[in-house]
Design a protein around this ligand. Structure first.
Ligand code: SF4
Ligand code: SF4
Length: 390
């Protein structure tokens, strides 16, 4: 099939419309609309690809309302690669009509995210605006820390480490203390660490979600060059890790496949090291599985493994349904994002026995989203660093 979306015919036709994915789709769960389900979206893609329907506003809305959580993939008995279909479809959509939106996307994706110094500068401005009470709470910006922003990570750059700690873009600007926790825990295993040598800071995950494949590919090349050698590349952001584990598919080169093989989520890497000594804290924490850790990396078991010696772990009963963060989804689809989040918060509170629980989440986007709803969300690295018995 070589229609306007350039989708792979085999992938598209793998869907047999059974509907088993529907309960696992957060947008279908909150709207009940077929077009907001994986099956409905695939049917719409098929209609466009066979020229039975145009790429109109309704089609664009159906594609943009998807959180790209990929919760539908493990639920699908036919193995439909929905993430690939959605990425290719979004890349084929024409530019949005709104000039304001085009300008904002160009500034965010093309100008700021690839230049880490500029992202840090913008974060300082946001910090100042926050202190002057100019940032409304609904924007969802986490409480920024001047102390954390002013101090680098103090890891060597380059060399031949035992493991690289990938620092990322937004996470390094907004949640650098979590990188410090990760470095401390990794150091406690005896590993010699390094951080990327150059500006290979943005992995391209946000670009890929937004259908900006060419930019994502360029960023992926830069990230790969920033961490040469064979040492594992440890990532403490589940969304970034998922994208970097798929660089092989994105770039198609032997180098990219080899790089992807080296990528490990923080907990996944830690579970295979000589475990640092942890004190049992007796503290209960509810686990929130970031979609890209659970459905894409399938590394959510490692989070439980590394936390269990120090914390009492509680599970939600919602089968890992998305929290509605999804890259820039909270900005582009605020109402749907809020409705999905409300369901998640309900499930987390129920798991915590009704009270506001401590929640552990391995993805910065989910942490920020949950904190915006008043949930005390922490990263596994922060919790483990607090329990280190040094
Ligand atoms: S990726 Fe998530 S939101 Fe999109 S169709 Fe699949 S389950 Fe639904
Ligand atoms: S995507 Fe998979 S689970 Fe969903 S309707 Fe199609 S075949 Fe069924």
């Amino acid at each position: 099939m070589t229609g306007p979306l350039q989708l792979d015919a085999e992938t598209l036709n793998a869907c047999v419309s059974c509907g088993l994915c529907l309960p696992h789709c957060p947008t279908y769960r909150v709207t009940g609309r077929e077009i907001a389900s994986p099956r409905g979206r695939i049917a719409a893609m098929r209609a466009v690809e066979t020229n039975e329907a145009p790429i109109d506003d309704a089609f664009r809305a159906a594609m943009e309302e998807c959180v790209s959580c990929r919760g539908c993939e493990p639920a699908c008995p036919s193995g439909v690669q929905f993430g690939k279909l959605m990425e290719t479809t979004r890349a084929a959509l024409p530019s949005p009509r709104s000039r304001v939106r085009r300008g904002a996307e160009w500034f965010g994706y093309r100008v700021v995210l690839p230049r880490h110094w500029l992202l840090i500068t913008c974060t300082w401005l946001a910090w100042l605006a926050q202190r002057l009470h100019l940032v409304p709470a609904r924007v969802g910006l986490p409480r920024l820390s001047a102390r954390s922003l002013a101090r680098g990570l103090e890891l060597p750059t380059g060399g031949t480490p035992d493991a690289w700690l990938f620092t990322g873009c937004v996470m390094d600007a907004w949640l650098r203390d979590t990188h410090r926790s990760a470095a401390r825990v990794m150091g406690a295993t005896g590993a010699r660490l390094a951080q990327p040598t150059n500006g290979g800071a943005c992995c391209g995950a946000l670009h890929l979600h937004a259908g900006r494949e060419a930019e994502a590919r360029a960023l992926a090349e830069r990230v790969m060059q920033s961490m040469p050698g064979v040492a594992p590349v440890v990532v403490d952001s589940a969304g970034c890790g998922a994208t970097m584990k798929e660089y092989g598919k994105l770039l198609g080169s032997a180098d990219a496949h080899a790089f992807s093989e080296r990528v490990r989520d923080f907990s996944e890497w830690l579970a295979h090291q000589a475990a640092p000594r942890l004190r049992p804290t007796g503290i209960q924490v509810v686990i929130q599985d970031p979609c890209h850790l659970r459905h894409v990396q399938k590394a959510h078991g490692a989070v439980r493994e590394v936390l269990a010696p120090a914390y009492e772990l509680l599970e939600t009963a919602d089968d890992g349904l998305c929290c509605g963060a999804g890259g820039a989804y909270v900005v582009t689809q605020p109402e749907l994002s809020r409705r999905i989040l409300d369901r998640k918060v309900e499930a987390l509170r129920a798991a915590g026995g009704g009270a506001d629980p401590i929640v552990v989440s391995a993805n910065p986007g989910c942490m920020v989203q949950l904190r915006g709803a008043g949930i005390d969300a922490r990263h596994p690295a922060d919790l483990i660093a607090e329990a280190l018995d040094e």
